[in-house]
Every structure is written in C-alpha cells, then in structure tokens.
Design a binder for this molecule. Structure first.
Ligand SMILES: NC(=O)c1ccc[n+]([C@@H]2O[C@H](COP(=O)([O-])OP(=O)(O)OC[C@H]3O[C@@H](n4cnc5c(N)ncnc54)[C@H](OP(=O)(O)O)[C@@H]3O)[C@@H](O)[C@H]2O)c1
Length: 318
C-alpha cells in the first residue's frame, strides 16, 4: 500500500518514479495522444519505467508518428504501437478494437470541449458531438475490448472526466439538444463529462477491472481552442488583455501537474478495488463529485441508452 499524499502540485514524472515497479512490463493504451497534451505527457512520464508496450491512439497518423519519433529518440528500446481511429465513427472504433491485443491499462483520455454544434452520425439517435466523442465512442471501444477479454485480470480502465461535470447532469429526454436547436456548448460538455463518471460507476459494478474517473485540473491545451474569448474572460480564465491568469475561479496547472492524476489512477496500488472512484489532484475525492454523477440508477439508465445508441448490448458484463 502506498501512503503517499498527493496534491495539485504533484507532477507526473515524480509519481511515475514512485510507481516504477507497477509500470514495468505493462501494456498501456491511451487515446488522444498529441504533442503538448495530457495524453502525450502521461506517455512521456511513464516511458522511462520500462512499460511492456505503449499503444498511442489518435485520429491522425502524422500526429501519432511525431509523438512516437520523440519517444523513441529519448528511449530507443521502447516498444510502441500506433492505433488510428476517430471516436466519432462507430465503424472505425469497431475496426480499431479488433486490432488491439491484450492490455493492462486503458486510458480514455481523448476529448473535445465547447465545439460548435455537430450531430453525431452512425448512432441510433439524436446525439451531439461532445457526447459522442467524450462518452459514446469510448463506451463502445472499452466494452468491445472487455467483451473480447482484452483487458487483463487486475487491469484498469481510466476515464478522463472533468470538474465541468458540475455544469450538467444527463439530459436523457433530449441528449442531442433538439437537433442542435437548443444547443449549449457548456451544458453539452458538462453532460458528456458526467457520463464519464457514470460509466466508471457502471464498469466498477459490472466488471472485475478497476474503473476510475478523474479530473486532471485546468491545463492550457488545444482543448480550449473552441472556447469563445469573452467566455474565458467572464470565467476569469483570462484577463481582458486575453492573457491566461490564475484567479479564485481557476489555478492553472502545468502539463506535468495535469498528467499526474493519470499516472496515479493507472498505477497506484492503493486504488486497487476502489473502482467507481473519482480522483482530483491524485486523491479520491467523492465529495467533489456531483451526486447525479455517481447515482447507480442514473448510471444504469445511461448504460442502456448507450447500448441503444451503438446498437450492441454488453449485458455479458453483468
Ligand atoms: N485541459 C484541461 O484543462 C482539462 C480539464 C478537464 C478535463 N480535461 C480532459 O482531459 C482530456 C485530455 O484533454 P487535453 O487537455 O489534453 O486536450 P487536447 O489537447 O485537446 O487533446 C485531446 C486529444 O483528443 C483527441 N481527439 C479529439 N477528437 C477526437 C476524435 N474524434 N477521435 C479521436 N481523438 C480525438 C485530439 O486529437 P486531435 O489532435 O486529432 O484533435 C487530441 O489528441 C479530455 O478528455 C478533456 O476533456 C482537460
């Protein structure tokens, strides 16, 4: 049992060194890997600790290759694989899942925020793109891997959520915001991040793997690219000169600080059997999780609806 105390200043390199023994030999698959983002920072932090295989997933082979080149330049003996698929496409997700062999840790890290309205295609229902990419796609990918027995016993599934889940519960009666006519960029992101915590709740209940959700903190990445400037100023993320600032509303983290919770969730032995937990600053923090995001009945409802959207049941997990 590790008895380490983590906080918002804990960095990924430091915790990776702490859990070096747990990283050694593991096969780890991370979605949403690109230079200067959280997926990349997580991978770069664990790379020195002899993982068995790192599977870098993303939608652009050029981006993934860039990340792989840097990794191999620093760690020539590292075993890496690239997996290209778009989380907005059920057919690409299905194909990618067949290409994965056994893994120990899956991090559903890819995500989008506050993008202009777009309707998801290929799903059986009215769903907008933030819910599709942040929840429905990862729901299908994860469950296909579990169904095929590709997550090893003692394995983990980490779902990168956000404190923005407080912005909205699940709008089951109108998941797609009436074909976009009632679209709300913040609410839709919040809904998708609530779905992340609920998915971890269900996986913890239905499977033997340790499924955890986390909030990484606020980090200046490409995730912010769709956020309207006036909104960032109003939220005091930026000052009126357009510069990022710390305030009582937001204390920005570095990439290293942001990715620390990814490393802890994936490898801290203390979290074994703590499935369904929500982590903030490296610690289980259920008090920071909205009640609607950890309600088992709501989680069950979301599971059924998600099965309907992707056109496949995963009752085998029960
Ligand atoms: N940064 C923060 O402050 C913050 C706060 C709370 C939670 N989070 C969560 O942390 C996670 C990582 O965010 P980040 O800050 O590292 O964001 P980022 O820099 O925007 O990286 C997100 C990654 O997701 C990928 N992605 C987007 N749409 C995709 C799709 N349709 N199919 C496959 N991959 C797709 C992106 O690929 P492309 O490069 O091809 O676009 C990118 O690699 C997200 O789940 C986010 O919600 C971040």
């Amino acid at each position: 049992m590790s008895e380490h105390v983590f906080n918002a200043k804990t960095i990924a390199n430091e915790v990776a060194a702490l859990f070096s023994e747990q990283i050694k030999g593991k096969t780890v698959l991370v979605t949403g890997v690109a230079p200067c983002n959280l997926g990349n920072e997580f991978i770069a932090s664990i790379a020195p600790h002899n993982p068995g295989l790192l599977i870098l997933a993303g939608r652009s082979i050029a981006t993934l290759t860039k990340v792989q080149d840097t990794l191999l330049a620093n760690h020539p003996s590292l075993n890496t694989r690239l997996l290209t698929f778009d989380l907005s496409s059920l057919s690409q997700i299905r194909k990618a899942a067949t290409e994965v062999t056994e893994i120990d840790v899956l991090i559903n890290n890819a995500g989008i925020m506050a993008c202009p309205y777009e309707q998801a295609k290929e799903v059986n229902g009215d769903v907008e793109m933030q819910l599709m990419i942040n929840h429905v796609g990862p729901f299908l990918f994860t469950n296909l891997l579990l169904k095929a027995g590709k997550v090893r016993d003692g394995g983990r599934v980490i779902i990168v959520s956000s404190e923005a889940h407080w912005l909205s519960d699940l709008k089951f009666e109108d998941l797609g915001y009436s074909n976009g006519t009632k679209y709300d960029i913040g609410g839709a992101y919040g809904q998708s991040k609530t779905a992340n915590v609920l998915f971890a709740t269900s996986l913890a209940k239905l499977t033997k793997i340790t499924a955890l959700a986390l909030h990484p903190g606020g980090i200046q990445t490409q995730l912010l690219k769709h956020m309207p400037e006036p909104m960032m100023v109003a939220m005091r993320w930026k000052n009126d000169k357009g510069e990022f600032v710390d305030s009582d509303a937001m204390t920005w983290k570095t990439l290293q600080e942001g990715a620390a919770t990814h490393v802890i969730a994936s490898f801290d032995p203390k979290l074994e059997g703590r499935g369904g937990s929500y982590l903030v600053d490296g610690n289980v923090a259920m008090e920071k999780c909205a009640p609607y995001a950890r309600d088992e009945k709501v989680a069950e409802r979301l599971w059924k609806i998600s099965e309907g959207l992707v056109g496949e049941n995963f009752e085998f997990l029960g």
